[in-house]
Write a protein that binds this ligand. Structure first.
Ligand code: ATP
Length: 247
């Protein structure tokens, strides 16, 4: 009921292959222009939560069997991923899904498939290059020959080409050197502040995510076990002990 909430996930249950119960009643909320982190270890259910929101479960033989998902007050569980993109919700999948044989610029252009206005597409491309100067430098390089960081940037840049209102980022730090992770998160922060893009970010890198997020949810075995303001989670003794990379 809070007008400020753009995404409201309410008690969702997700089952894979008709039998494997993976999400056991997950609820979370994302406020307008927020950066919310979805934290937890391997297999906790972060990716499944993002897939449920962006309706990408079908390809994985998964389905939402309970609960509801609302974006700006409207139920979205039955919208196709393309409808969601039109409404401003895009997901950047884990593992930097760039097309290896396309150039960086061709990859970015594939993200504008819902747009037709050439001027608008060109303006979007310039905007992406403005936020990711590395991509501009590498615009004619085949994605396969760019670095992991550049490919992650390309995947985010591609999502931005649809002019999204909310971006679901799955594990942006995966496989990247800490310095590059910082670079990516700094750009996320910039996009959040200047373009008012709302972010929901699934991350195993609790430390890094809480440095940039306003709020966090911690998942374990398909449930949210703790949530709170990033500042609170960063300093919480349990979080420090279990999630802030001891050892
Ligand atoms: P990771 O960081 O490894 O992606 P995660 O927190 O994102 O972890 P999920 O990928 O959502 O976790 O996985 C949650 C659970 O669901 C795991 O036990 C996983 O084995 C299971 N799972 C994920 N995808 C499928 C699938 N397509 N079919 C069956 N089980 C699945």
């Amino acid at each position: 009921s809070d007008k400020n909430i753009v995404l409201n996930v309410n008690g969702i249950e997700v089952i894979y292959n008709h039998v494997i119960l993976v999400l056991k009643g997950v609820s979370l909320q994302v406020p307008e222009q927020g950066i919310v982190a979805l934290l937890g270890g391997n297999g906790a259910g972060k990716t499944t939560t993002l897939r449920a929101i962006s309706n990408l479960l079908k390809g994985e033989r998964g389905e939402v069997t309970k609960g509801s998902i609302e974006f700006r007050g409207e139920r979205i569980e039955n919208l196709s991923p393309a409808d969601l993109v039109n409404r401003g919700v895009v997901q950047v999948m884990e593992g930097r899904h760039c097309f290896a044989h396309l150039t960086i610029e061709e990859n970015l252009m594939t993200g504008s498939y819902t747009r037709t206005d050439k001027g608008e597409i060109a303006a979007n491309l310039e905007k992406v290059y403005n936020y990711f100067p590395r991509l501009k430098t590498r615009r004619t390089s085949q994605a396969a020959y760019t670095s992991g960081g550049e490919q992650q940037m390309c995947a985010i840049g591609r999502a931005l080409m649809s002019n999204p209102n909310m971006v679901l980022l799955d594990e942006p730090s995966m496989g990247l050197a800490p310095q590059i992770v910082e670079e990516v998160f700094n750009i996320v922060k910039d996009l959040n502040e200047k373009e008012k893009v709302t972010f929901l970010i699934a991350e195993q890198n609790t430390n890094m995510a809480l440095k940039y997020a306003d709020y966090g949810y911690i998942m374990e075995s398909g449930r949210v076990v703790m949530d709170g303001a990033a500042e609170y989670l960063r300093t919480n003794e349990d979080v420090k002990e279990f999630y802030l990379g001891v050892g």
